[in-house]
Design a protein around this ligand. Structure first.
Ligand code: ADP
Length: 160
């Protein structure tokens, strides 16, 4: 049996925290699908394609990670990929309420799909795409938070 998992998110943009979760998942599962939600209601800074491209570049060295954009329900995407598991990252207790609600909603929508939570390395547990965008916009050094390529893309965006 091939164990497959999907890791859905907005990834606007991908951070070292997301990459830490992907690395952990890629050890536990035979195949990990990173699913980039278009999340139009969140008005992302990067288009879904730009976000997916950055993720592809950063996950190229993993042999079992695939990245794609999706618009469907996460549980439906899991079924279409024959994945039984949804991976989510948990940073602080503040993530818990929203993640708990979403996991139980997804279970109601499809009881065959399990949500698995993973904690990143402590030093990444305070990282959020939102804060990184805020400080990058003000010209801060963000090299400890995102890979070089992502940092360059953020700088380009804020130059415009
Ligand atoms: P979403 O809009 O789905 O919350 P995000 O890109 O913000 O999309 O997050 C995707 C997933 O990655 C979520 O489960 C979130 O908790 C997790 N995540 C975000 N940042 C980190 C981090 N620094 N460390 C670990 N997990 C994280």
């Amino acid at each position: 049996m091939t164990r497959k998992a999907i890791y859905p998110g907005t990834f606007d943009p991908v951070t070292y925290g997301h990459l830490d979760i992907i690395a952990r998942a890629s050890i536990l599962y035979d195949k990990v699908f990173v699913a980039v939600a278009s999340s139009r209601e969140k008005e992302p800074l990067f288009t879904a394609e730009e976000r997916a491209l950055m993720l592809k570049e950063e996950t190229r060295t993993f042999g079992n990670v695939e990245v794609e954009v999706f618009n469907a329900l996460v549980v439906d995407l899991a079924v279409s990929k024959s994945a039984k598991v949804i991976i989510r990252g948990l940073r602080m207790i503040s993530d818990f309420e929203y993640e708990f609600q979403m996991a139980l909603t997804n279970r109601k929508l499809n009881p065959d799909i399990e949500t698995v939570f993973m904690m990143p390395k402590e030093s990444y547990s305070y990282l959020s795409s939102r804060l990184i965008k805020e400080v990058a916009c003000l010209g801060a050094d963000i090299s400890a938070f995102v890979p070089q390529n992502v940092e360059n893309k953020l700088r380009e965006k804020f130059k415009k």
